[in-house]
Design a protein around this ligand. Sequence first.
Ligand code: 5AD
Length: 345
Amino acid sequence: MDVINKLIRDGQLAREEYIELLEYAKDKAAVERLKEEAVRLKEQYYGRQVYLRGLIEFTNYCRNNCYYCGIRGENTKVQRYRLTKEEILSCCEEGYGLGFRTFVLQGGEDPYYTDERMEEIVRAVKAAYPDCALTLSIGEKSYESYRRLRLAGADRYLLRHETANEEHYRRLHPQSMSLVARKRCLYDLKSLGYQVGAGFMVGSPGQTLETLAEDLEFLKELNPEMVGIGPFIPHHDTVFADEPAGSVELTLFLLSVIRILLPKVLLPATTALGTLDENGREKGLLAGANVVMPNLSPKGRRKQYELYDNKICTGEEAAEGIAVLSRRIEEIGWTAVSARGDYCG
Ligand code: 5AD
């Protein structure tokens, strides 16, 4: 348990020590110890509050072909859609009424949404809801594009690094994409003053304890304000259709570890975690997460934004299910609050 004590004491480890740490993922006592420390830190910085984000999946067109993703450009079976500015605003209106004070605009890398169009959308949302934070999750762009969107009013940006290991990155993505480019985007976003989110899938094909150790090391170095992790879940129309899903237990273990590495991080209990385990969200919160992101997309579109099979998007995962979700959060002793929920740094 030396390595666990060291992580708790120093908030970081050396590469080989991360590997040793990850070997404790199935050790009950270790899991408990990390969970306790993670929850203690979360409560120290954020109290017993859980932040809500309204997720608006506004386009499922994508120019990329990530091997794991259901909406990759070459998947001809997907029925593609785009939301207009007005449709996006009406999602926000519904969300605002439900108490959301952060909206996340997520989409594939869709060239239709030029900088001009995105700026217009960002300005419109910020003008209509000046007390809300706006998060973008629209992939890799130039420094100049990120700068324009930041000036238009975007506050935060989610861009998972997916894996910090070069070889593993190649295994998950086509030649047209690179880890170097991905990291460049994350550092650009940081330098522009966005609150930045990185992250990865747990159990993606080719992931090993070594690549996970690199992910943890990279997160510590980047020091992002947000980290999104969830289990990999195969999608039937992808190269990885027959690969096994990632483990809920390992995801929970990593949530605790990440909370200890980055004590003030905004850490969601993700949809993928809720998809693999019906109590996934609660378990995530109890492991150190402090954010949930219900789906605010138009109901008829949610099935079309299918990154992986059986993605939950109704019930408590839906924004309309917020009352049930809030009650389940109360049951574990916390409160889902109506607040922007900025990074507390
Ligand atoms: N399983 C789990 N997560 C996935 N994502 C994409 N495809 C899958 C999948 N099959 C995640 C990626 C991406 C985020 C938006 O969704 O990590 O960054």
